[in-house]
Design a protein around this ligand. Structure first.
Ligand code: MN
Ligand code: MN
Length: 397
């Protein structure tokens, strides 16, 4: 805008209603100038339909997954959070799965989602086939992560005499673990004569196969020191489906907490999801931030935290989370997490992008001109002298 018009505009604003008319005229003139310079400044260009939010519109971003009815089987159980129960979670669905000693989650695949997992406790063996026909057999323990690209066939077998349980996260909120493509379901629906032809065996070979989906079945305990438990066929990066997240040094460490982050950079097969384990000490705050490129899904494994979520237009939500609770933070929504308990809080986080991006409040303010900030907030520049000069990430309590 020309300097003279800028002065006119400011003068107009100071003059009340008459001034506003002048200001609008000046703004229209400025727009006309911009048009003349070839800039597309609208108005008149219809944008996408936007449903306006009201400040009082609630944002329901908490779901107590572990308080829901599980899908129970002979060998364990699974609880899930999908958009059907938790409507905000459009981008990511989640599951808590628990396998008894000797149980296995049967051979299956997922048509519409990749699977990212974090082992909370116990030992298991995973078998996964990729489209090249290569099968990887891998053992997992607490703190390990697996990633199965969409459609890779897989199964999970508990090893040893302890149960094994893990958090699964899927890059599609519509995905239901209770609607997977399971081998027993499929084979029970195919004419045994077709199976016999396919595999070159007599049709009665399938006579005692299950008549429907097994899902998780109880079997014999596989001892940790048995040949079956030890015969693995692990591959190396970039083809392996395993990343030992908690065997790494924290990606970032602060007096108030740590984060172990894994993205496609460290774990090349995980092209569509990233994840992390964050630990917050009592009172510590994961600072205000947002993620430009991904939705965030959280499972609270230990401790208690208060999460704030900013949804624009005066909308703000706050909720308290404890073990077994899930949070969903839509892409671009501002949020913060504070440990409000007396113990360490541990959170499993996932994102529906292989790349991790964030912008945090402290870094934004630290890198903006103080003149700009003073003008923005209507205060003196000195106010910002004591603000942090770099990103805080986790502020101690
Ligand atoms: Mn699966
Ligand atoms: Mn976040």
């Amino acid at each position: 805008m020309h300097e003279t018009k800028r002065r006119d505009l400011l003068g107009g604003l100071a003059l009340g209603a008459g001034g506003l008319i002048a200001a609008r005229a000046a703004a229209a003139e400025g727009a006309a100038d911009a048009h003349a310079r070839g800039h597309d400044v609208g108005p008149g260009v219809p944008g996408p339909a936007v449903v306006p939010h009201k400040a009082e519109d609630p944002i329901a971003f908490k779901y107590s997954m572990d308080a829901t009815e599980p899908k129970l089987t002979s060998g364990g159980w699974a609880r899930e959070a999908t958009v059907h129960h938790f409507p905000i979670s459009q981008g990511i669905a989640g599951v808590h799965m628990y396998l008894n000693p000797g149980a296995s989650r049967e051979l299956h695949w997922h048509a519409i989602a990749a699977e990212w997992a974090y082992v909370l406790d116990g030992q298991c063996q995973v078998t996964v086939i990729d489209p090249n026909g290569t099968t990887e057999i891998l053992n997992f323990g607490p703190g390990d992560v697996w990633f199965f690209p969409r459609g890779h066939g897989h199964s999970i077998q508990t090893l040893g005499t302890e149960p094994c349980h893990f958090i699964l996260s899927f890059d599609n909120g519509n995905f239901s673990e209770h609607g997977t493509f399971s081998i027993t379901d499929w084979l029970s629906l195919v004419d045994p004569a077709v199976l016999a032809q396919n595999l070159g065996v007599p049709a009665d070979s399938f006579a005692s196969f299950p008549k429907g989906e097994v899902y998780i079945q109880q079997g014999k305990v596989v001892p940790l020191d048995s040949p079956a438990a030890q015969e693995v066929n692990s591959r190396v990066s970039p083809n392996t489906h395993r990343y030992r997240l908690m065997q790494q040094q924290p990606t970032r460490a602060f007096p108030g907490g740590t984060i172990n982050l894994v993205t496609v950079d460290e774990f090349p097969i995980s092209t569509t999801m990233a994840g992390a384990v964050m630990k917050l000490q009592p009172g510590a705050l994961r600072e205000l931030h947002w993620h430009p490129n991904a939705n965030e899904w959280q499972y609270y494994a230990r401790g208690n935290a208060r999460v704030t979520l900013f949804g624009s237009g005066g909308r703000m939500a706050t909720a308290d989370f404890g073990p077994g609770d899930v949070a969903y933070l839509p892409q671009g929504y501002g949020h913060s997490i504070q440990n409000i308990g007396t113990e360490e809080t541990e959170i499993v986080l996932t994102f529906d992008s292989g790349h991790y991006q964030e912008i945090s409040l402290s870094e934004w303010l630290a890198t903006s001109p103080t003149q700009l900030l003073a003008n923005n907030f209507g205060v003196e520049e000195e106010v910002f002298a004591k603000f942090p000069k770099q990103q805080v990430f986790i502020a101690k309590g």
